[in-house]
Design a binder for this molecule. Sequence first.
Ligand code: NOJ
Length: 551
Amino acid sequence: MENKKWYKDRVLYQIWPRSFKDGNGDGMGDLIGVYEKLDYIKSLGCDGIWFSPLYPSPGVDCGYDISDYMDIAEEFGGMEAFKKVLDGAHERDMKVIMDLVVNHTSTEHEWFKKSYQRIEPYTDYYIWRPAKANGKLPNNWDSLFEGKAWAWNEERQEYYMHLFAIEQADLNMDNPLVREEVKKILTFWLDMGVDGFREDVITFISKKDGLPDDYIMPASKGINYFNHGPHLHEYLEEFKRDVFSQYDCMVLAEAPMVTPKKALEYIDESQNPVLDMMIQFATQEADCMFTDFYHTKFNLRKLKKAYSAWQNGLEGKGWNMLYIENHDHPRMVSRYGSEKFRVESAKMLAVSYLFLKGTPFIYQGQEIGMSNWYPSDPEMYEDVQTRWQYFNVATKKSPEKRLERLWHGSRDSARTPVQWDNTENAGFTTGTPWFYVNENYTEVNVASQENDENSILNFYRKAIKLRKELSAVRHGNYTEYGKNSSTLYTYAREDEKQKLLIVCSFSENLENWDVPVGFDMDKAELILCNYENVDATVMKPYEARVYCWEK
Ligand code: NOJ
């Protein structure tokens, strides 16, 4: 069946289930809560949901360590609750995307237990290697979460590879039986009616033959040999041929370090692509080096360069996935925006990416401008990666400085419960929340913003509505102006019907704006702005404007 590309006209909402909404009072977000909020999500103008993992899991990596791929965790309401949400979403013309995490499974998965006992056919489902002479590790690769990429299994008397947590064992995708399992999982969910997948670190599934030592990149050894490995394209092609091509579904691949050029090897629409879109990381790196933990001063030019590289690089060939937040990065108002100008900067950040070409995703809480969380004690962090960074990575820095690093870098900053109202626990649960609620919930919450015409929430609604009405956003080409400005991001979108000019200030000062040559401002209509009064050539702190010329 031909892929109808429904995703090109939609805006998707990401739910990280634990912290979205608790419907049964046990303190953990669940699908009962999601069902209650379907109309809310739809009211934003979102017509699709990406669910971070809902499957049974010991929860070492908050669900990204799966112990059963064909079920829904009881804590989220089980399969019955899921089917109700799926039907409820479809009734509202909303698509549902699942997370597919098959680079690794939980070490609690049946396959792993059988694998270490060498019970066939599971013996080679994972990447097992004996110790080298003197008990040395099979190679020098690093785990991205916890130390080296190898853990010893007593029963089997071998090491298994874990590119993430110790309890996340890497699958051996070179084994055709493992690929058959993946296809069974995909078919199971697609037959149930889900509309696609977001594939977790899928570019890591093919490791270089022989698993050689990596000498090139001291920061994270191995990445040169497991990212975009030798059989990646072949395996993705197999999944497409045997499964995805039979359904009207969307496949979105998480792809650390991918460039637009590399992405086109997978998503070029003229080349029978194996994927629909890729999640790039370049636009997340304007205030850090490699990962959020290595915080640097925010650099707008770096951000603009990344946006333009992706807009121009895929033009006419592939389709962009657009996002500013997800469950893996701290909140954007606290990063590229400003907590002091929280309302203004949250709106500006919305404009900065919602008018680009591609399919935007909104992460829960982003639409009300939720900001970072600043715990006083490192023990309050839950995330496995964050805890390793604090408690295990050697550094000479003081405990205060190390804690501060977590404030800027931890994923937990974006994992506090969604703030629904100003009642106890922000209306997230009637029980005891599984995680800390950000103290600013009395000020920052959905209920108060529903009643305020000028709220961030209502601004998102307006921006999304406009984006859907304007053909130039869907089809138009992209041109960046004022590239050298370190405070303003100006870009135009144009098709045969309209010309749009978007300008966003990333500064807390007044900034002079040079109107790009060729734009007749007397004829322009200002269709969106986060301030009431506009001074044509001076941008107020975090001001954002969208101008339109109808042709
Ligand atoms: C990427 C996911 O987004 C992240 O949350 C997870 O920890 C890792 N992959 C490992 O599955």
